[in-house]
Each structure stands twice: as structure tokens, then as C-alpha cells.
Design a protein around this ligand. Structure first.
Ligand code: ARG
Length: 461
């Protein structure tokens, strides 16, 4: 086998088959073709503007790169493993198309600053895609929250009925979580947006390049400040995977709620046929497979974060070939989170709440016990600890009678504490409980409707 046409000058023989196989990234980094060509065009224009290459050579390079882009878009391009990666595949084809002028494109550049630039451009697009998807998810959550702003459901701690809340309030909790996810996306994008191009192999270049020009042409805020860091840094990939990981944990928690809520013992919501699957053996089944798979995607996404952290750990400056392993986790995380967000948005928009079921469960389990204790504090003037104790005895009595708190007779209540009056019934219903939680951020329907208006203002375009 002959040596590599792109770097084989000092080699007498080509690589072994296994060397070629482990070395080649073209099987996956072909996804970076668009970014690679955009970076090369910005670089070629800058080289000509600075008089480093001739205007004619730059024109030939730009025209040739457009043609290569078309060939890739149309599927006519032949990717070659012998050319290792997308950078050398594009450049070799450029050379076929325009001849020797192609050899001038790599002046004052290295694959090291080239790949860092390409991957940054790709991650930047992925962040923007994710933000769009998350906004759509927030919109779906907010619409359901509005419809459910006074549907009473049990609020849980330890998955035990704790206090009544509203379905709208519960969904709005996820709007906040997704809002923080979008904040992480925005932070990551801001820190990412410095251009490595011009760092060359690692040390910078002796050519009089204009790094501000290439940075601006590619939509970066500024060039990176240190050439070594420029080619060795993959923080932006890690930050993307970290943001996606946290987001996927949120989606997984919501997915789990959907699994629980759609189960027969709960029955809080129903998913339509569009988001349910059947069983091949049990005809009655309606399985929430999409929710289960959203929950499961978290495993591979978090795995990608741990994987790339582990690749980067212990790498000395600067570029090491290990870093070629950054791409597949990024691509798979993007595909996985994209599907998960879209599926969750679809399920949230699709679901039908069953308020009568939620209310029935909220009304059992003594969920207004805290309201009784608060009443004893507010009206009778007991210290909270004592009120808690009295309420505990009322709950024990209700349990022994198999009745809910608001079904106990006044005489029964007074047998526990004779300071209790009929006024207490005004706080023992789930509606009264929910309506009373008017503190900022609380579950009272009036507060939830305010929160919905504020979220629309803050998050939706
Ligand atoms: N395919 C390589 C990667 O993805 C491109 C950079 C290669 N640079 C080098 N000096 N071998 O990281």
C-alpha cells in the first residue's frame, strides 16, 4: 500500500489495515462536512485578504469548496477511509477539482485548530436546536398547566400523599426545570463562542493572519486567547454533554411521572392511541413506551458525559488523538435528546388529565392534616408542635373510623381537643387547602395563573 497522500512525505509504506481502521474517523465525522467547509471558506478568504494567497487561488478554492459541498449534499461524494477524516477527504477532493491551488488552503492552519473549530460550530448548532426543542416543551407544559390550574391532585413526598396541590402547579415545576436547562444551554453557548482557528498546530503561526476576521466570519464573538488551549480544549463538548445530561434527568423524572400517572392504580392521566402501544399477549394493555424510552435515554446520555470526561482526564497539552473520540458521544447525545424532547412534548400536548381521579386520591390519605394543624395555630393559638400532636391524634381517630378528616363529626374532633369548633371544616376540604396556599410560588390557583402568565412572558417568543 502506498503512503498517505496528505501527510505521507516521510513514509515509505502505507498503514496496516487495522491501523487505518482504528485511525479513521470518516465513518462518523462526515457529519462535520458543512462546518468544515464553512471554516475553510472563512480561512481562504482571510488568507487572500491578508495577501498570504492570491485572489485567484482563493477564488478557485471557494468555488471548489462549493462544488465539494454540493457533491456531499447530493450523495455523489465518495468518502475514503484511507483519507482518515472529513478534513482530508474534503481537501483531497478539492485538489481533484481545482488542482494545485488546493494545496494552499492549509497554509497557516492545522487539522488541530480545524477540528476544534468544526466541532465548536457543530456543538453551537446543537445547543440552538436543543433550545428550540425545550421552548416547545415549555409551551406544551404551560398550555396543560393552564387547563389544569385548578385541578386538585395529591402532592407527594416520599411518594406518600403529602398535601393537595394542583395539576397545573405540578406541571409548572417542570417549566422551571426546563427553564434552568435553557439557562445552561445559553451559558454553554456563551463560553463556547470563541474561535480556535488560527491557533494552527499548537503554537500559532508565523503568517500574518487575521484571527478576528475568521472569528467574525464564523459568527464567533472573538478568537480564543491561547493557542495551546485552543487545540487542547474540549470543555465546550463536556459542557454540552453536562447540560444535556441534566436536561435528560429532568425528562426522565417527568417520564416516570407519566408512567406512574397512566398506571391503573393512579389513572391520573390518559395518553391517546397516538402515544400508547399495545401488548402482543394482553389485549387490555396501553403501555406508555415513549415515556419509558425517554426515561431510558438518560442512561446513554449520561454515559456519554462520563465517557468523554474519562477520555479527557489525564491528557497532557495539547491535541492528542484521543480527542477524536469526542464526536460519537456528541452526535448520539444530540440525536437522543432531540428525540426525547420531541417525544415528551408530544406526550404532554397529547395527554388528557382525569381530574376526578386526582381529586379522589387527593381527598383520601388525610392530605389536609397540615391545614388542620395550621388552623389550630391560627385560630386556637397553639404552638405548631402542639398543633401537630393534636392533629396526629385526629388522624389516628379518623383512621380507626375509616373516614376522611372532613367527614369526622364535630363531637369526634372535640373528643380529641375541645377547643376545636365548626369553623375548622372551612379548611379541611382539598379545595380550601389548595386555595389557601397563596404564598409567592404556592399552589393556590390564583398564584398558578400568575406563574403561567409570568412564564409565557419570560420563556416563550
Ligand atoms: N480526525 C481528527 C480528530 O477528530 C482530526 C485532527 C487530527 N489531527 C492530527 N494531528 N492528527 O481529532
Amino acid at each position: 500500500m502506498t503512503s498517505n497522500t496528505m501527510w505521507g512525505g516521510r513514509f515509505a509504506a502505507g498503514p496496516s489495515a487495522i491501523m487505518e481502521e482504528i485511525n479513521a474517523s470518516i465513518g462518523f465525522d462526515r457529519k462535520l462536512a458543512g462546518q468544515d467547509i464553512a471554516g475553510s471558506k472563512a480561512h481562504a478568504r482571510m488568507l487572500a485578504d491578508r495577501g498570504i494567497i492570491s485572489a485567484d487561488d482563493a477564488a478557485a478554492i471557494l468555488g471548489g469548496l462549493d462544488r465539494v459541498a454540493q457533491e456531499i449534499a447530493s450523495g455523489a461524494f465518495t468518502f475514503k477511509a484511507a483519507l482518515e477524516d472529513i478534513h482530508m477527504n474534503v481537501e483531497a477532493r478539492l485538489s481533484d477539482v481545482i488542482g494545485p491551488a488546493a494545496g494552499r488552503l492549509h497554509t497557516a492552519r492545522s487539522r488541530n485548530d480545524q477540528v476544534a473549530t468544526d466541532v465548536k460550530l457543530w456543538v453551537r448548532d446543537a445547543l440552538d436546536r436543543l433550545d428550540d426543542g425545550l421552548e416547545a416543551l415549555q409551551a406544551a407544559l404551560i398550555d396543560q398547566a393552564e387547563a389544569g390550574s385548578d385541578m386538585v391532585m395529591p402532592g407527594f413526598t416520599h411518594l406518600q400523599s403529602a398535601q393537595p396541590v394542583t395539576f397545573g402547579h405540578h406541571l409548572m415545576a417542570y417549566v422551571e426545570m426546563v427553564g434552568r436547562d435553557r439557562g445552561r444551554v445559553a451559558d454553554a453557548r456563551r463560553r463556547l463562542n470563541e474561535c480556535p482557528l488560527g491557533a494552527a498546530a499548537l503554537a500559532g503561526t508565523s503568517f500574518p493572519i487575521d484571527r478576528d476576521a475568521t472569528a467574525a466570519a464564523l459568527g464567533f464573538d472573538r478568537p480564543t486567547a491561547n493557542s495551546l488551549d485552543s487545540v487542547a480544549d474540549r470543555d465546550f463538548a463536556l459542557e454540552y454533554l453536562a447540560a444535556v445530561s441534566i436536561c435528560s434527568v429532568h425528562l426522565s423524572r417527568l417520564a416516570e411521572e407519566l408512567v406512574v400517572w397512566t398506571s391503573q392504580p393512579f389513572g391520573f392521566v390518559r395518553l391517546s392511541d397516538a402515544f400508547s402501544t399495545g401488548s402482543s399477549i394482553m389485549p387490555q394493555k396501553r403501555n406508555p413506551d415513549a415515556a419509558e424510552l425517554v426515561r431510558a435515554k438518560t442512561g446513554r446520555i449520561v454515559g456519554h458525559l462520563i465517557g468523554l470526561l474519562t477520555v479527557m482526564k489525564g491528557l497532557p497539552l495539547t491535541y492528542q488523538k484521543d480527542m477524536q473520540e469526542d464526536k460519537e458521544p456528541l452526535f448520539d447525545a444530540d440525536a437522543s435528546i432531540g428525540l426525547a424532547v420531541a417525544a415528551m412534548t408530544g406526550m404532554i400536548a397529547d395527554l388528557t388529565p382525569r381530574p376526578e381521579r386526582m381529586r379522589a386520591v387527593a381527598s383520601s390519605g388525610y392530605a389536609t392534616a397540615t391545614d388542620l394543624a395550621d388552623w389550630l395555630v391560627r385560630v386556637v393559638g397553639l404552638p405548631f408542635r402542639e398543633a401537630h400532636h393534636v392533629t396526629g391524634r385526629v388522624v389516628a381517630l379518623a383512621e380507626s373510623k375509616g373516614a376522611d378528616l372532613d367527614r369526622l363529626a364535630l363531637a369526634d374532633l372535640q373528643s380529641v381537643d375541645d377547643r376545636i369548633t365548626a369553623d375548622v371544616y372551612s379548611v379541611l376540604s382539598v379545595d380550601a387547602s389548595v386555595a389557601s396556599r397563596t404564598s409567592y410560588g404556592g399552589t393556590a390557583p390564583v398564584r398558578v395563573r400568575e406563574a403561567i402568565a409570568a412564564a409565557r412572558e419570560r420563556y416563550l417568543r
